[in-house]
Design a protein around this ligand. Structure first.
Ligand code: ADP
Ligand code: MG
Length: 314
C-alpha cells in the first residue's frame, strides 16, 4: 500500500469512528488470528445493575448500602457505579423527582449528605476496593480480596454467590471490621451486537477468546451466551498480558479489545490493541486503535479496512 492509501484508509476509519494511531497498526490488523475480548465493559455494556442484596450480620440494609456506596464512591468500575445508583434509589424511593436536573441535583445532595467519610482509599484492579470508614477497614470485592485479608466466607455467603454466578451475574462480598457483613448481586448485559460480532469473526477465520478478572462460573455463563469457547477467568491485569503473549508464541497476530485500567498491559502487549472509546484513559493510551462508537462491530470494520488496504501488495 502506498502512503496515500494508508492515509485514505486512516481517514475512512476515522469517519466510521475507528481511530488508528499509525500505519504499522493499520497493517498488522489484516493478519489477526485471535481476538481477545475483555468481558466487563467490552463484551458487556459496562452498565451493571443491582439485582439482589443480602446481609449476613444484623446490620440494617440502608446502613449496609451507605457503607458500601461510600467505599465505592471514588471507584471508576462499572460495579461501583451500579452500587451507587442502587443506594441512591434505595434512599430516595417514593420521592419522585420533577426533572432530570432535579435528579442530578438531588443525587449530589444525597451523596454529599450521607456518604460517609473515607480514608486511605485504594482500588485493587481485578479484586475490588478497600478503605477505612470510621477507622475500620472495609473491603468490597471478590473472594480473592476477602480471603487474602484472612476473612472467612461462610457457607451462606458462598451459596448466595454461586447462585448468582450460575446465572451469569457477578456477586461482590463486603467485609467491615474483619467481618463479612453482606453481598450484592449485579448483572451487566451483553452489548446488543456482541453475538453477531463473535459469529462474524469466526466466519472470517479468526478465533475469539474471552479474558476476565471475574470468576469462572460467571465467565463461562457469559461466554456461552456470546458464543466464545476459549475462556480465561480469574485473571489479574498482568495475567491478561500473559494470555496475549502465550497466543503470540507460534507467531500468531493477536488483537486485544478492552476498556479498563486492568486491560492496559494486555492492550500494550497485543499486536493490535483496541480500546473501547467509553473506556478509561489509561486503556486508550495503551491501545493502537480507539473504537469511538463503543460498538464491537468496529473490531470487524478495523480488520476489514486493513485487509482491503493491504491486500493488493500481498
Ligand atoms: P473484567 O476483567 O471482566 O473487566 P475486572 O478485572 O474489572 O473484570 O474485575 C474482576 C472482579 O474484581 C469483578 O468481577 C469484581 O468481583 C472485582 N472488582 C473489581 N473492581 C471492583 C469494585 N470497584 N468493586 C467491587 N468489586 C470489584
Ligand atoms: Mg473491562
Amino acid at each position: 500500500a502506498t502512503p496515500t492509501a494508508v492515509m485514505v484508509a486512516t481517514g475512512v476509519g476515522a469517519n466510521h469512528g475507528v481511530l488508528v494511531k499509525g500505519g504499522d497498526a493499520l497493517e498488522r490488523a489484516q493478519n489477526v488470528k485471535y481476538v481477545i475480548f475483555d468481558k466487563t465493559g467490552t463484551l458487556t455494556q459496562g452498565k451493571a445493575t443491582v439485582t439482589s442484596t443480602k446481609v449476613f450480620s444484623g446490620i440494617d440494609l440502608g446502613d449496609f448500602l451507605t457503607l458500601v456506596a461510600s467505599a465505592e464512591a471514588s471507584s471508576e468500575h462499572p460495579l461501583a457505579k451500579a452500587i451507587l445508583d442502587y443506594a441512591f434509589h434505595f434512599h430516595f424511593f417514593g420521592k419522585l423527582p420533577s426533572s432530570k436536573d432535579d435528579i442530578k441535583k438531588r443525587k449530589q445532595q444525597i451523596l454529599s449528605q450521607w456518604l460517609l467519610e473515607v480514608a486511605e482509599f485504594s482500588a485493587l484492579p481485578g479484586k475490588g476496593v478497600q478503605c477505612l470508614i470510621n477507622g475500620k477497614k472495609i473491603l468490597v470485592g471478590n473472594r480473592t480480596l476477602i480471603t487474602e485479608n484472612g476473612i472467612n466466607i461462610p457457607e451462606e455467603a458462598e451459596s448466595f454467590l454461586v447462585d448468582l454466578e450460575l446465572n451469569a451475574k457477578t456477586g461482590v462480598l463486603v467485609a467491615y471490621d474483619s467481618e463479612l457483613i453482606g453481598s450484592i448481586g449485579m448483572t451487566d448485559p451483553l452489548k446488543r451486537e456482541a453475538v453477531v460480532v463473535v459469529e462474524g469473526l469466526k466466519k472470517m477465520g479468526i478465533y475469539p477468546v474471552m479474558v476476565t478478572g471475574d470468576n469462572w462460573r460467571t465467565a463461562q455463563a457469559v461466554a456461552k451466551e456470546v458464543g466464545i469457547m476459549d475462556v480465561r477467568a480469574e485473571v489479574m491485569p498482568a495475567g491478561k498480558a500473559d494470555v496475549v503473549r502465550s497466543l503470540q508464541k507460534d507467531g500468531s497476530v493477536v488483537a486485544m479489545v478492552g476498556d479498563g485500567i486492568n486491560d492496559s498491559p494486555a492492550l500494550a502487549a497485543a499486536d493490535v490493541g483496541m480500546a473501547i472509546g467509553a473506556g478509561t484513559d489509561i486503556a486508550i493510551e495503551a491501545a493502537d486503535y480507539v473504537l469511538v462508537r463503543n460498538n464491537l462491530e468496529d473490531v470487524i470494520t478495523a480488520i476489514d479496512l486493513s485487509r482491503k488496504t493491504f491486500s493488493r501488495i500481498r
